[in-house]
Design a protein around this ligand. Structure first.
Ligand SMILES: Nc1ncnc2c1ncn2[C@@H]1O[C@H](COP(=O)(O)OP(=O)(O)OP(=O)(O)O)[C@@H](O)[C@H]1O
Length: 743
């Protein structure tokens, strides 16, 4: 029979390649399982023996032995337990390299070197690497190699997995002329495959497809301030999170002990990104929304735009400082005691002098002893001289007698209570008092607006949190009193009524929560601020208090700022961090939006900021955004219809972004659709998030009702990966010239 050799069909090649890769991956998982068993056996045995013999040194030696023998695989076992086995495969990449040998493949002896890249490093029993950690220097070519600068790489392979199973292969041939003839090359490119996939409700890591310019920002040294800029969808957030994981890898001792803090704009955003670091095997990073930075406080409410602008302004510093030093509202305005046969009295002015003197160098909650001394001195100076020698030889025994009097104790409780930041913030709701503190810093109209904003609700807003933090610093933390230990603060014992008077129930709850949180470090070794363009100057002050010694990563895009005066916010940031060295990175490709959607959004922002940093969107879908016009009364219903249509057209999520005032109507319509793939949100809530399809409700209202105006609309118009429909009752927001991608 005649047998001509034929090349095997692609399916057969694919099956064989998948099988071969699976075998290697199975070896890695087996090794990790084996290591986990032996590591925990050694740990348990060592611990038991140490306990039985009660010899600390033996135990220490056991642990040292464990460390030396198995630290890599043990760490791997610990970390793999933290990975989400459903989705995240341990091994996701492979490099085939020729070590930079430039001779054609046929002239070169030996196979290409292969190196597997994964979420963590694992070695075999002989200590040979089965897979290296993506953060190791040896993994750099996996991210940095390009066809013009291939770093010795011939083929880069991305393994798509579901748990421990390899389900797909995407290859990138960087040097075809160096590849052996039978080297299989499969798939259409990992990046495009990854970008086209449907989105879920949480962000996924990009560890298998990090691009070269992103990799540089991720691996930048942890010195000073690393600023990562770039337009919408360029991967700033996801890059920053990978950078946190990289810093932990590169200097685990420093960053795990000192702590890494990630600050983002909202609780919804934190929930969106919370899976990324665990999927990289890191669970020690603190994620906090800017409304949650003060222990025990979880603010999500947003102020009206004009109130938020005042609360965030640096001018609030002076206002708060004056409030924190002023009389306590409702406190007694005179002190009268009967002592040593005489009545002695201090009037309001005299009390004010004592207060000012006590606060000269010490914050209020730490100045009770100073205040007490001042009161005693003032009373003593008014105590009749002819009685002094007869009754009290000196001021000290006079003071002891006075401060023992019930009248004095109840006066002091009301005059110098421990003040919470929340209580002082509430005082700002009284326009008369606020005028006294703010007339040099705010206009009359601003004072009215702020007082009404504070008095109008009991709920703390996100902008209030920075004010609370400022006040906490101004007031000082009350000294911790252990009963009977600290004579100086004995006065606190008699004050519990006074303290309770200024604490509301929610404040007490907040205090309890703060105490429960007390273990968490308040200061961090590295602070990473996402959506940094949105931090108000007062928020910058709060954030920088979390890292007086820290290195920083700051991520943002001024064109997306929701702060009315982005320059003021930028100046505040620069002032706070000006002493640190700065490295800047710019990301240039928009990976989120289709080119059609981004061309349109770019046109909208260009009319407001002609020099905005606009990235290139690389993925075309052939579908332009769609504009629909209705009567104002029909908008909610139309939004529901559009969301219903989009559910049919995309596989993943549908976001309906609606100005806060129109939200109830739209919520009611969406409730009828009752579909977990749909989420309704306000423009500010949509910051940093993304959906496969987006319905934008009333763009003109978004511009007029949201802090940031057109910049807020630009954020909204850049949330969709595939499809976007705008529902309008007016179209003033439309760019005058239209655009290629326009509706
Ligand atoms: N190298 C990459 N490989 C795969 N996906 C990527 C890559 N880089 C970014 N992405 C994806 O692009 C989307 C946008 O990323 P991200 O949210 O980090 O951008 P951003 O710059 O923070 O956006 P914005 O400023 O608009 O909030 C995400 O879905 C992210 O996973």
């Amino acid at each position: 029979m005649d047998q001509t050799p034929t090349s095997p069909d692609p399916e057969t090649v694919e099956r064989a390649e998948l099988e071969a890769e699976q075998q290697h991956v199975d070896r890695v998982y087996d090794r990790v399982a084996e290591a986990a068993r032996s590591a925990s056996r050694i740990a348990v045995e060592g611990h038991q023996r140490a306990q039985a013999q009660n010899v600390g040194r033996v135990r220490e030696e056991e642990q040292t032995g464990l460390y030396e023998r198995d630290v890599l695989v043990f760490a791997a076992a610990r970390r793999i337990a933290e990975l989400d086995a459903e989705h995240e495969g341990l091994v996701f990449g492979r490099l085939d390299s020729d070590g930079g040998d430039d001779r054609p493949a046929a002239e070169r002896a030996g196979d290409l070197d292969k190196l597997y890249v994964g979420r963590i490093g694992v070695r075999d029993a002989e200590y040979e690497p089965l897979v290296i950690d993506w953060r190791a220097p040896a993994a750099e070519p996996f991210y940095r190699a390009t066809s013009t600068d291939r770093l010795g790489v011939v083929r880069r392979r991305v393994l798509r997995n579901k748990g421990a199973r390899i389900i797909g292969i995407e290859d990138d041939l960087l040097a075809p002329e160096r590849a052996p003839e039978d080297l299989p090359v499969m798939g259409e490119g990992a990046l495009m495959a990854s970008l086209s996939r449907a989105r879920g409700h949480t962000m996924r890591d990009i560890v298998a497809t990090i691009q070269a310019e992103q990799d540089k920002a991720i691996r930048a040294p942890a010195r000073g301030v690393t600023v990562i800029g770039g337009g919408p969808g360029t991967g700033k957030t996801v890059v920053a999170l990978h950078r946190a994981a990289y810093l932990l890898y590169s200097d685990r001792r420093r960053f795990e002990r000192g702590g890494v803090l990630v600050v983002g704009p909202s609780a919804a955003f934190m929930a969106y990104i919370e899976r990324v670091l665990p999927s990289l095997g890191e669970n020690t990073v603190s994620l906090r929304a800017v409304g949650e930075l003060v222990d025990g406080v979880r603010a999500t409410a947003i102020d009206e735009a004009d109130v938020a602008a005042i609360k965030g302004s640096l001018r609030m510093r002076g206002v708060l400082s004056r409030a924190a030093r002023d009389r306590v509202p409702g406190a007694p305005t005179s002190l009268r005691v009967f002592v040593g046969g005489a009545t002695v009295e201090l009037d309001a002015n005299q009390l004010d002098n004592v207060r000012r003197n006590a606060l000269r160098r010490t914050p209020r909650n730490r100045a009770a002893a100073e205040a007490r001394k001042g009161l005693v001195a003032a009373l003593w100076s008014r105590f009749p001289e002819d009685l002094r020698n007869g009754v009290y030889g000196d001021r000290e025994s006079f003071g002891d007698a006075v401060t023992d009097l019930p009248a004095y104790r109840s006066f002091f409780a009301a005059w110098w209570p421990v003040l919470t930041a929340q209580a002082v913030l509430r005082w700002l709701g009284d326009p008369r008092r606020l005028t006294r503190w703010a007339r040099h810093d705010l206009t009359t109209a601003e004072i009215e607006t702020l007082a009404a904003g504070i008095a109008g609700t009991d709920e703390l807003t996100v902008a209030d949190v920075a004010l609370l933090d400022e006040l906490t610093t101004l007031l000082g933390r009350p000294p911790v009193v252990e009963a009977g230990k600290d004579e100086e603060f004995d006065w606190l014992e008699g004050l519990s009524d006074g303290v309770n008077e200024v604490l509301t129930t929610s404040e007490r709850r907040a205090r309890a929560a703060a105490a429960a949180d007390a273990d968490e470090p308040e200061e961090y070794a590295h602070v990473l601020v996402d959506e940094a363009q949105d931090l108000s100057p007062m928020q910058w002050r709060m954030v920088t208090r979390r890292g007086p010694q820290a290195s920083w990563t700051i991520v943002g895009d001024p064109a997306q700022s929701s702060w009315p005066d982005p320059d003021e916010a930028r100046t505040a940031m620069e002032t706070m961090l000006s002493h640190l060295q700065r490295h800047t990175f710019r990301l240039s490709t928009n990976y989120r939006n289709s080119a059609e959607i981004y061309a349109f959004a770019g046109e909208v922002i260009r009319q407001q900021i002609p020099d905005a940093d606009l990235p290139d969107a690389v993925r075309r879908t052939g579908v332009k955004p769609e504009l629909r016009v209705f009567d104002a009364g029909k908008v909610a219903e139309a939004a529901g219809d559009a969301a219903g249509e989009l559910l049919e057209l995309v596989e993943g999520t549908v976001g309906v972004i609606v100005p806060p005032k129109l939200r109830p109507g739209v919520d009611a319509v969406l409730a009828e659709l009752d579909n977990p793939r749909i989420a309704a949100l306000t423009p500010l809530e949509s910051k940093g998030l993304e959906y496969d399809a987006v319905v934008v409700v009333e763009p003109d209202r978004i511009v007029s009702d949201t802090l940031g105006g057109v910049r807020a609309l630009y954020v909204v118009l850049t949330r969709a990966t595939q499809r976007m429909i705008t529902i309008n009752s007016s179209t003033h927001w439309l760019p005058p010239h239209g655009s290629d991608g326009g509706p």
